[in-house]
Design a protein around this ligand. Sequence first.
Ligand code: ZN
Length: 164
Amino acid sequence: MLASAGVWVAWRLGTPNYHGPAETIEAVLVDQPNPAFRPGSLAFSTLGVQSGTRIEIMYNRVRAAGPASLRPFILAHVLVHEITHVLEGVERHSDAGLMKARWDADDFRQMGTAPLKFAGEDLHLIQAWAYRAATKAVRDRSAAATVLCEAHASATSASSAPLR
Ligand SMILES: [Zn+2]
């Protein structure tokens, strides 16, 4: 999905190195037992100078968002959604596609057949990040410890519309 926007991701296990030449994003899967914590969210991202940039995916909610056969697709979309928030550096959502604020049952079904797409504005913002990264300006951004994103599942996505 990110390759369609010209972004290449190198996956690594272990402790993140925030001093390397590439944008480094830590992604962790956690179970969030508290339903009152960011209700309806599947994940969220923080940008931090001290702690680094981190994506926290509430995997128990990803599991509950659709059937097991769709789980890898949903997880991939949640990761790309959050990575895109980090790269865009702003808290915004698009009306449709990967950066939609709340995916509905149709979106989840679509994930299993073909990836959701970036909106044009997202492609522009990602290209702007690529330019900043190429000029090392990304390291200078000042959005320290700002919560950027919450990826949401529609309240009706898993409960009222069976996903197959
Ligand atoms: Zn979001």
